[in-house]
Design a protein. Sequence first.
Length: 579
Amino acid sequence: MSWRDVRCGEPRADDVGRKLTVAGWAARRRDHGGLVFVDLRDHTGLVQLVVNPERSPVAAELAKEIRNEFVLRAAGEVVARSPETVNPKMPTGEVELHVDELEIVSRSTPLPFQLEEENVDEVLRLRYRWLDLRRESMQQNLRLRATVVSTIRASMEEQGFIDVWTPGLTLGTPEGARDFLVPVRLQPGTFFALAQSPQLFKQALMIGGFDRYYQIATCWRDEDLRADRQFEFRQLDLELAFAEREDVLEVLEKVVVASFESVGKKPPERPFPRLSYADAMLRYGSDKPDLRFGLEIQDGTEVTRGSEFGVFAGAPTVRFLVVPQELSRGDLAKLETFAKEWGAKGLAYLVRGSEGEVRSPIAKFLSASEIDALAAPPGSTALFVADELPVVERVLGALRLHLGRELGLVDDTRDALHWILDFPLFQRDEDSGRWTFVHHPFTGALEGHEELIERDPANALSQHYDLIWNGWELGSGSIRIHRSDVQQQIFRAMGMTEEESNAKFGWFLNALQMGAPPHGGFALGLDRFVALLAGEPNIREVTAFPKVASGSDPLTGAPASAPTEALDELGIRVVEQAP
Ligand code: ASP
């Protein structure tokens, strides 16, 4: 016995007259006074079964029991539908299967939701994920994901990379998140950290003579969950030895273009545009700008240095956006509220009417030359933020995105992929006030910036680069430090003593002293990449079994407390948390 001869979505007019067996799930049953119609479904589509008591009384009797999501097997004859019953919306709509034999293979209890229902509560969907996965969108998304993964592998292998597996259980790797700790029964009181990334292992592979490594790596980071973040995620992780930045970018661009093509999407043109971090912050107020629209930020700091308008003259930075519309007072008030939510003290404006006249409460404080330099062309509005640089960047960056969406400036039909280069090496850690890495501490300085590492960390630029798609960060990478002394300098600049750096990274510093080739790499966040390729706003839609925002899994109920014996073996005592 074979379960099926064809898939449900396959029968066509050519098959008329054939005897076929199909198997799948009952998507819908309609009773037409004796005749029973069942839409039988699998991932390829639906086929209509017709159970006629005259043709098969046994099958007709059994068909009365069918409910949605029962698994059926039916054997019968493919028959052409009469012209008025042809369904042009279904690929199998010209035919139906007249059933001779019917088997209920598996039954279903009443369903918590119907598969075609929209807006089903997400927790419910995840609790009954096996049902949810039968829906067309989940079928498409996970299949698209598999296509992308196999394309990535093919592209990487064609480019000479080999797949090497690296451990999940390791020491903490500094990627800027908390580690998940795993207690070790054989050595009570000790813990593995789940790898936040294979960073040091892939660098060790370079030192070990594998010059092109890749892996679809699972990474674990204990961070708050969001639409684009899960505790565990997968990334295309790669590293190249004897490589320059351009070599790494080229590898990634090829992978991205091949992935677009594999899912039938028009690929972006290569080379992808490159923008420096400084430029991105100045023009877009963001290190991951959405370049599907213009609305660039402009700088008014120089022009306002001698201004009589104290708010401008006294602010370290004055920048503005020119909106191609005369905004009303109501609009301006709303935008000011928005700007304040992002930390601005206020939002000054100059509206230039269609005749060239300027309407603004601050106009009287500004000279004619200032107005000329700052006010926009007729029929537009300039919006100003005057403050410390980071505030100005943050507020105008957010305002630009907000206006881009509100005013319909974003061209949704475009895909803007680009690189951001030359990030700073360090940033201040807000809690400790110490310098900390922007990317990770293994990132090399930009050529000529090595001597700034300890002398002037604020101004040291790095060889770190990010790949951005429509304002989403797809991934990051860098050319690494391959000298132990430079690596030590970085640790010192971050305020680590030699003992500390040796305790944490001694093995790696040692490795760097035994013939480390120059190298660099990248990690592309696979979940986000696939979500964007699938046009899904949320990575949970492209993940088979994701967790919800609270960090739990509605399907299995994980995480759960552990049995006392297991904890005893591990030498762990649980302290009750105050509610
Ligand atoms: N390890 C980095 C990350 O996971 C990527 C890299 O620098 O290659 O983000």
